[in-house]
Design a protein around this ligand. Sequence first.
Ligand code: SAM
Length: 194
Amino acid sequence: MHVGTTVWPCSLVLVKFVERWHQSPSADNPYAALLNFNYKRAVELGTGCGVAAMGLYLLGLKDVVLTDIAPVMPALKHNLKRNKPVLGKMLKTAQLHWNNSDQINALKPPFDIVIAADVVYIEESVAPLLAAMEAMVSDSGFVLLGYQVRSAEAHALFWEQCYRIFGVEMVPHEHLHPEYAYQESDVYILRKKL
Ligand SMILES: C[S@@+](CC[C@H](N)C(=O)[O-])C[C@H]1O[C@@H](n2cnc3c(N)ncnc32)[C@H](O)[C@@H]1O
C-alpha cells in the first residue's frame, strides 16, 4: 500500500489544534487572527487521505484544494466521495508532484494558507517540498505544518533548509488539543522571510 492511503497522526494533531482555537474568544486567543479563515485560499500538499484539509474545511476553511501524486488520487477521491454527506460537497483536488512547476502554476499560487502534515520523510524530497511551499505561500500567508520525525536525514536537511526560507514558530505543546498532543508530534507555523 502507498503511504498516502493511510491517515497519519500529524494530520489529526493539526486539525485538533485548529479546532481547539478557531472559535475561542479573541482576547485570550493567540491564534485568533491566524485561524480566521474568512476569504482565505488554501492548498494542502501531500494530502493522502485528505483528513487535514477535510477537517479544516469543516472548521471554516472553505476554499481549499487537496493535492497529491497520481497513485494517491483514486483513494483520495473515493474518500472525499464517502465523506460528501458530512462535507456537503466534493472538495477540490489536483494532482501535484512537488517538483512539477507546471502543476504548481496550474493552481495559480500564491495561497494564504499551505497545509502539510507528515510530509518530511524522504531526504530527496526535502528540497522540492520546501520549494513547493515557497512557491505556493503568499508573502503574508503561512504554512501550517504537522510534523513528526520520520527519518533522521530528512529531518536534519528539512530544518537546515527551512530556516533559510521561513521564519519558524513552533506551537507549544500546551496549546495543542489535550487529547491530541503527543510528545513526538508538533505543529509549526512557517512564514516567508521577506
Ligand atoms: C506520510 S504521508 C501523509 C499523508 C497525509 N498528509 C496524512 O497526514 O495522513 C505523505 C504524503 O506525501 C505525499 N508525497 C510524497 N512525496 C511527494 C511528492 N514528491 N509530491 C507530492 N506528494 C508527495 C505522499 O503521496 C503521501 O500522501
